[in-house]
Design a protein around this ligand. Structure first.
Ligand code: CIR
Length: 257
């Protein structure tokens, strides 16, 4: 059960965010991004979460994607080590927010040469699956597994070969149900789960977000929406178009705990 979230307002420099255009072409419209972000925060608040919405930080174009510089769980928070030069400094900026909710001895760090971004980290009950991607390396995984192991969590590394982060290609809903890309459907680490394979033309909607039993789904993906509705979930559809242009999905925009 989530009770809180941390978000950060998009900055004007968002238009210079890193992108492979894996989900959409074009430059984000700043004003529209602000509107979409406001709506995202409002939606989390309507679902009962207390949201700390941090001020925009113009030094870091991608800083609204707060999921990447930290990984949070009830027992501790792990400040990651983002892999790209333009994002690495975000780890210093998220700490003040984290310190409002975690004591110093509950805060851990991924250290170089380890790299990690939270978009690669997916929790299933007490088991973390960690993408091995351009952003999270084997050393980052090793440090992470060691930290969470102290709190009784298991951790398994999963190769990510299709694009940016693990959670762009697999998302856990609950009760053993996962939304997966056709490729992740073949991943041995997920053999035991019930997988719903998302059409290649709707891959962006894999990153839907279960908040306490209501699933937030990006707008424009009717086949995925139907799969989620047929599973019995109430859904809320959110337009995330401006973030998708710089490879940002729904979960990227918050830390939830
Ligand atoms: C980046 O390339 O780092 C950003 N433009 C997008 C980050 C998306 N974050 C996420 O999936 N957790």
């Amino acid at each position: 059960m989530f009770t809180r979230a941390i978000t950060r307002k998009p900055c004007r420099a968002l238009i210079d965010g890193i992108t492979t255009a894996m989900f959409g072409e074009g430059t984000p419209d700043y004003d529209l991004a602000v509107q979409q972000h406001d709506n995202y925060v409002k939606t989390l608040r309507n679902l009962g979460l207390e949201v700390l919405d941090l001020a925009a930080d113009e030094r870091f174009p991608d800083s609204c994607f707060v999921e990447d510089p930290a990984v949070v769980m009830p027992e501790c928070a792990i400040i990651t080590n983002p892999a790209t030069d333009s994002r690495n400094g975000e780890k210093f900026e998220i700490i003040d927010a984290i310190k409002q909710f975690y004591k110093d001895d509950q805060i851990f760090h991924i250290e170089a040469p380890g790299t990690m971004e939270g978009g690669d980290v997916m929790l299933v009950d007490r088991h973390f699956y960690v993408g091995q991607s351009d952003r999270t390396n084997a050393e980052g995984f090793k440090q992470f597994a060691d930290i969470v192991g102290r709190f009784g969590y298991e951790a398994t590394a999963v190769p990510v070969t299709e694009g940016l982060h693990l959670k762009d290609f697999v998302i856990y809903l609950e009760k053993g149900n996962m939304l997966v890309s056709p490729k992740m459907n073949e991943e041995p680490a997920f053999a035991e789960y019930t997988k719903f394979v998302i059409d290649p033309d709707e891959l962006y909607a894999i990153n839907s977000m279960n908040i306490n039993g209501t699933v937030l789904v990006p707008e424009g993906f009717p086949k995925t929406l139907k799969i989620i509705e047929d599973l019995g979930y109430p859904t809320i559809v959110l337009n995330n178009s401006e973030f998708s242009k710089i490879d940002g999905s729904l979960t990227c925009l918050s830390l939830r705990f």
